[in-house]
Design a protein around this ligand. Structure first.
Ligand SMILES: Cc1cc2nc3c(=O)[nH]c(=O)nc-3n(C[C@H](O)[C@H](O)[C@H](O)COP(=O)(O)OP(=O)(O)OC[C@H]3O[C@@H](n4cnc5c(N)ncnc54)[C@H](O)[C@@H]3O)c2cc1C
Length: 412
């Protein structure tokens, strides 16, 4: 084992952010990823200002800013297209704010490009985890074992590292989401840097649509579905998925239907949405192991914060371990296990306190925005949207987060 090696399981947004952070503070890190390459699934996600701040700290944001446009307005409308409310992002409290859609694959590529070659080992599915006083050990599907000083589980909502550590796993939240990207060769018709939220009628559901740049737009549709129905849709071939999506958006505005019609079949993804309740101050690791991202605090996407929280985790974990080494005044490989254990539990307590309200709000939002309605219920919902949602004072309150610097002092 390389002296002081930190193994991160999973090369998703959180795992790569953690690896970049650890590399920036000079710690040896390897990322084990079960896929044979950076995973392409996932269309796009919206990154809010806290995610951009995390990526600034990691030094990877500029390349992404050049690719994706800034969203300037939120527009809430009915499925008929009738506008319920608009919000200008520059009017919101605690600004300036920055919201951009990012193609997930471009995001993980930007993070991976900040790591030295061979940091990520692909085709390494971690099957079992052994955590003892002496350190951590993982066994891969190939039978190979690898030992490390610290183990970070960044292997997503259905994490094997989490399963080994115990505690409640993610549960299906009762809804599923299609997401996709449409490309317009001649540019998006009537291009506007708006995040359109389209609320379904009595059948419920919510659709979103926003540009990534002048030629590509991302859209999604969240809808209630039993676990069995969602499983069936996931198993359907791409043609079946596209036909089902087209059927579900038939009452939505024309531009969404056109986007669906123009989307290549293999650009349509479906996800089961799951989460788990996080208690403020809880811990989730054991000895010299911890979890980050969806492995630690899976959330519904109804606040658009799962990826942003994973980016925050990466920066905070790297800063916390760097500070532990500085406090111990020894090189990282010599930091006593007791100091690291304390640092990891403090990290988890801080992160659970930060993430718990976001996970709870995303759960409540998800339940509300996908709900089916009577006619009276629709009237009440629209009144609620107009009166209480998208308020400049509170719209982005959950994005209030500032990273520690990961820059290391230059030696004289
Ligand atoms: C429909 C939808 C919309 C979303 N929209 C947004 C949004 O707008 N904004 C936002 O911030 N977030 C959004 N999210 C959430 C965001 O995508 C996740 O929170 C984020 O991807 C979590 O990153 P992660 O690194 O923790 O996990 P993941 O991205 O799931 O990565 C886990 C990695 O671990 C690997 N892995 C798994 N098991 C193993 C194993 N045993 N061994 C080795 N490797 C393993 C996987 O292959 C994967 O590469 C959305 C999510 C969904 C489902």
């Amino acid at each position: 084992m390389e002296d002081g090696l930190i193994i991160v399981v999973g090369a998703g947004i959180g795992g790569l952010a953690t690896a970049v952070g650890l590399h920036k503070v000079g710690f040896p890190v390897k990322v084990l990823e079960k896929s044979s390459d950076l995973r392409e699934e996932g269309a796009s996600i919206n990154i809010a200002v806290n995610g951009w701040r995390a990526m600034d700290a990691l030094g990877v944001s500029d390349i992404l800013r050049k690719q994706f446009c800034r969203i300037e307005r939120y527009v809430a409308m009915r499925d008929s297209g009738a506008i319920l409310k608009t919000l200008c992002i520059d009017d919101c409290a605690n600004g300036p704010h920055e919201n951009r859609g990012c193609i997930r694959n471009e995001l993980v590529k930007a993070l991976a490009s900040a790591l030295p070659k061979d940091t990520i080992k692909f085709g390494c599915s971690v099957e079992t985890v052994d955590i003892s006083d002496e350190g951590c050990k993982v066994t891969l599907a190939s039978g190979e074992t690898m030992a490390c000083k610290v183990l970070v589980g960044a292997d997503g909502s259905y994490s094997k590292v989490k399963a080994a550590l115990g505690g409640p796993a993610a549960e299906y939240a009762g809804w599923a989401s299609y997401r996709a990207m449409a490309c317009f060769e001649d540019g998006i018709p009537n291009f506007k840097p708006d995040f359109n939220l389209m609320y379904g009628g009595q059948q419920g559901g919510i659709a979103g649509y926003y540009p990534l740049d002048t030629h590509r737009c991302y859209y999604f549709l969240g809808f209630q579905a039993s676990q069995e129905e969602a499983d069936e849709l996931k198993k359907a071939n791409q043609e079946g998925k596209k036909a089902d999506l087209a059927r579900r958006v038939k009452n939505f505005p024309k531009h969404l239907k056109e986007a669906v019609a123009g989307t290549p079949q293999d650009e349509i993804f479906i996800n089961h949405i799951g989460d788990r309740v996080v208690e403020p101050g809880e811990t989730w690791g054991r000895k010299l192991s911890t979890l980050i991202g969806d492995a630690a605090h899976p959330t519904t996407p109804a606040l658009g914060q799962g990826g942003c929280m994973a980016l925050e985790d990466g920066v905070e974990l790297a800063a916390a371990l760097r500070d532990a080494a500085q406090t111990a005044a020894v090189p990282w490989a010599q930091v006593p296990a007791a100091d690291i254990e304390r640092t990891l539990r403090d990290f988890e307590r801080r992160r659970s306190t930060r993430c718990a309200p976001l996970v709870a709000e995303a759960r409540e939002n998800g339940r509300r925005i996908t709900a089916r309605h009577s006619w009276l219920g629709l009237f009440m919902r629209d009144f609620f949207i107009k009166r209480y949602t998208m308020e400049p004072a509170s719209q982005f309150k959950h994005t209030l987060w500032y990273p520690a610097s990961l820059e290391m002092p230059v030696e004289a």
